[in-house]
Write a protein that binds this ligand. Sequence first.
Ligand SMILES: *Cc1c(COP(=O)(O)O)cnc(C)c1O
Length: 511
Amino acid sequence: MRYISSRGNYPEIGISEAITTGMVPRGGLFLPENIPEMNFSFLLHTNDYREIGYRVLEPYFCHGEKHFTEEELRSSLEVAYRSTNFDTPEIAPVTVLSNNIGILELWHGPTAAFKDMALQILPHWLVIAKKKLNQKTVTIILVATSGDTGKAALEGFKNIPGTEIYVFFPDEGVSLVQKLQMLTTEGVNTRVIAVEGNFDDCQTMVKEIFANQDFKSKLATRQYKLSSANSINWGRLAPQIVYYVWGYVQLIRKLGLGIGHEIDVVVPTGNFGNILAAYYAKRMGLPIRRLICASNQNNVLTDFLRTGVYDRQRPFYKTYSPSMDILISSNLERFLAEVTKHNFLKIQNWYMELQQQGRFKVDSTTLAAIREVMSGYWTSEVQTLETIREVYHKENYLLDPHTAVAYHGLKQYWEDEEKKVPTLICSTASPFKFNGAIYQALFESEPPADEFAAIERIVEYTHLEPHRAVKTLQGKVVLHRDHIQPSEGLSYLEKKLFSKKHIRLKKPSHS
Ligand SMILES: *Cc1c(COP(=O)(O)O)cnc(C)c1O
């Protein structure tokens, strides 16, 4: 398999280079040159997450220049998705609710974040890819996080040889549970830094560091190379295709239907990575009828899917589903490249317009191609809490706010679509990661200031067991205490990386 740039501005490369390079240096994202079609009848004979993973990923990884061997792909899947790493051997279990709805739970990984599904395997692939390319550099992973990605990236890269990870988070912008999860991270190559500012400040800071050529050349002379762990990397997207195939077969079996039966898929969407993976699964031949893109009040994608106009110039809302509070959905670019059949010129023009004017409009042919496969709905804050409450009482199932947005999106879709088919809803977070909103939904009153008190009350009421990543937090030792201003990111890194005292891959001394 060869990988091409969504803007046609880079040579075709193999899988190892796509993974180590991350984003196309001159702008654009790597995508596979073609989408392999697959005969899914193998699903009749296997019910093992890793085996399904191997079948789905083999065409993307085991062919072409500097490709992975079958053994390398298999063993990385074995390590990442071993049952002790996830809290269930099913890895991503499907719970069936009424109306043939299956909830695909993607949060059973070590940090209780959906991001674990990809970040548990990407670091292993990075090590393999660097070896193939004979890269001796130390990879510096920089992450700006609004909460969940930070911890998932830290756990994924913890103690991975040849990498160091720096996570920057907004000091006042994450929940207590999320903050504690990050600050108690162990590992010899991890650093977590509180930034005095909001998520945008963190993100802008990290982007500026990435764009700083002077800093990058200084790094290069010292055998360092910057990289990112977010979903612009193909190596983060590919593992997400697997759980759609897995989820499909679980739902079909639980409903007593045959392989080949059509389903719809609903995805709570932010950066568009998750739903794009569903699109690739559909293109590979998985019987998915329609993809439903669910948004919260930051409904830039809903508008786009209805009108063909992508306009990021709009107010930004902080919602109960913060991982979807996003106005620029990076992976939409890959989707547009696919639906235009790799019309690089169109992509270039649209993204130039987005950069210069903050908006672009696709042509009617493209819009028709998009609407052929995808619908968009958005859900308000009030509706989000109502949905959590209603589903809890009707189904005895506790949705987190992101999944509630998806559930409510499906309800709206069913008002428009007469012929219902079984539906898989992606559940992207454990409810115990968003306790304030859950508390408000269940008890219709303000949550206590202490998040752990809210958890206790929710447990008492629902008799649910919080994920072990949340349960074991109290009593863990805070290991990271660095705190900076948004303007200090670069000097912080220079100090840490270039000072003589910095000893690679030894336990960092926290001042
Ligand atoms: C990251 C995330 C999303 C959004 O996924 P995208 O792939 O960015 O669209 C939704 N919900 C939760 C809980 C997340 O962490």
